[in-house]
Design a protein around this ligand. Structure first.
Ligand code: SF4
Length: 360
C-alpha cells in the first residue's frame, strides 16, 4: 500500500482520513493517488478552493471529512505565516497546542494532531506510528476485532480496547507491529472462519476456541427511507439551478434542491409552509410544494443510515436565484455533486435523449 511506503506525515494523514469510512480498494484505486497528485503538500491543500477539494473527494462520501481535512491543512499552514495569510484561522488555544513553529514540520505530537479537526485518537496514532515510528497502537475496525478476540472480550467498550491495545503494542517496533496487526485483521482473523492455525497471535489468544463469539454481533439497524421531491429547475436558457449544500452530510457539494415529501403533505393539510419546514427549503422553494413541475422519474441512493428516494421533477423557466445559481451542463461537470444528484442528472439526460430520438 503506497501510504505504508512513505514517511510523509501529510500523505499518511490523507490516507488515514480516506480510510476512516471507506474500503482500502476504493481508496487505493480511485482516490489516494489522484488526490495527492492534485494536492501534493499540505500547503497545496490549504490554498485550494473548497470546490476543488470537494471535486477531488466526489463519490468518496462522508464529505465532512474533506471539509475538515482542508480546515486542518489551513490550521497547519497558518502556523507558518511566511507561507500563508490565514493565521487567523487557528484559534488561540489551539495555536498554543500547535506550537506554531518556525520550521517546516507537520504536527508530530498526539496533542497537536488531536487539536486538528477530523483527527481522532486512531488517526493521530496512525500518523505518529507510521510517519514518526512512535509507540502508539492503531485500532481500526479489523484490529478492534483481533484485540477483542485475543482478550476474549464479548462486548468491548472503546476504553477497554484501547487499554488492551496499549498492552499488546510492541514499543520498540510500532510500525511493524501495527502493520502486522492490520494484516492479521484483514487476512487471518477475518470476521468469519478466522485462520487460527496460522495466526501469529495463536499462542496468546484467549478467544481462539470460539473466535466468532468475539466481539458479539450488534443487532442490525433498520435503515429508514426518506422520500423527497428533487427539483431540477431550468431557466429560460435551459441552464439548471443548483445550490451549495450546507448540511453536515453533503456540506460543500452542489445539488438540486430537495423538498421532503412529508413537508409537502403537511402543507396540503395546513395550506402553509410555515411549520415543520427547513429554512433552506422555505427560503428557496415554496412554490414547488404546490406540485409544480413535471415528474420525469425517480432516483434512489442508499447512504449508511438511510435510503433516499427522490422523485425527479423538472420545472421550466424558473427565475428564483436566492441561494444558488444556474449552470450549463459543462459547468455542472466541474462541480462536486453527490450520488443522488448524479442519478437525477441521468434521469434528466435519459428523458432528453428519448425526446431527441423521437424528434429525429
Ligand atoms: S488465534 Fe484466531 S481468533 Fe485469535 S487472533 Fe488469531 S485468528 Fe484471531
Amino acid at each position: 500500500l503506497p501510504w505504508r511506503n512513505t514517511r510523509d506525515a501529510y500523505a499518511i494523514w490523507v490516507s488515514e482520513v480516506m480510510l476512516q469510512q471507506t474500503q482500502v480498494k476504493t481508496v487505493l484505486e480511485r482516490y489516494y493517488g489522484p488526490f495527492l497528485a492534485r494536492f501534493p503538500t499540505v500547503e497545496a491543500l490549504a490554498s485550494a478552493s473548497q470546490t476543488e477539494v470537494m471535486k477531488a473527494w466526489e463519490g468518496l462520501g462522508y464529505y465532512s471529512r474533506a471539509a475538515n481535512l482542508q480546515k486542518a491543512a489551513r490550521m497547519v499552514v497558518s502556523c507558518h505565516p511566511e507561507r500563508s495569510e490565514g493565521s487567523a484561522l487557528v484559534p488561540t488555544a489551539k495555536k498554543q497546542i500547535l506550537r506554531c513553529a518556525q520550521d517546516d514540520r507537520f504536527p508530530d505530537t498526539f496533542e497537536e494532531l488531536l487539536a486538528l479537526p477530523g483527527i481522532g485518537r486512531n488517526t493521530a496514532h496512525a500518523v505518529l506510528a507510521f510517519a514518526y515510528r512512535l509507540p502508539y497502537p492503531v485500532l481500526e475496525a479489523n484490529v478492534k476485532r483481533v484485540v477483542a478476540r485475543i482478550f476474549a472480550i464479548e462486548t468491548p467498550a472503546d476504553v477497554e480496547l484501547w487499554a488492551a491495545a496499549e498492552r499488546l503494542l510492541d514499543r520498540a517496533e510500532p510500525f511493524d507491529y501495527n502493520q502486522a496487526m492490520m494484516d492479521v485483521g484483514a487476512m487471518v482473523c477475518t470476521p468469519k472462519r478466522p485462520a487460527c492455525a496460522i495466526c501469529p497471535a495463536n499462542a496468546i489468544c484467549a478467544g481462539k476456541a470460539e473466535p466468532e463469539r468475539y466481539p458479539a454481533k450488534k443487532a442490525r439497524k433498520i435503515v429508514p427511507t426518506r422520500e423527497v421531491r428533487l427539483v431540477m429547475a431550468e431557466d429560460a436558457r435551459g441552464r439548471l439551478y443548483l445550490e451549495q449544500r450546507q448540511d453536515r452530510l453533503l456540506g460543500g457539494l452542489y445539488g438540486f434542491p430537495q423538498v421532503p415529501l412529508n413537508v409537502i403533505a403537511s402543507e396540503a393539510r395546513q395550506s402553509s409552509l410555515t411549520t415543520k419546514t427547513e429554512p433552506r427549503i422555505e427560503a428557496g422553494l415554496p412554490r414547488f410544494a404546490r406540485n409544480d413541475g413535471e415528474r420525469w422519474g425517480t432516483a434512489t441512493h442508499t447512504y449508511s443510515h438511510f435510503k433516499l428516494v427522490a422523485e425527479v421533477v423538472v420545472v421550466q423557466n424558473w427565475q428564483a436565484t436566492n441561494r444558488g445559481g444556474f449552470f450549463t451542463r459543462a459547468e455542472i461537470e466541474a462541480l462536486p455533486l453527490s450520488k443522488i444528484d448524479h442519478k437525477a442528472l441521468a434521469v434528466y439526460d435519459a428523458r432528453l435523449d428519448k425526446a431527441a430520438r423521437r424528434k429525429a
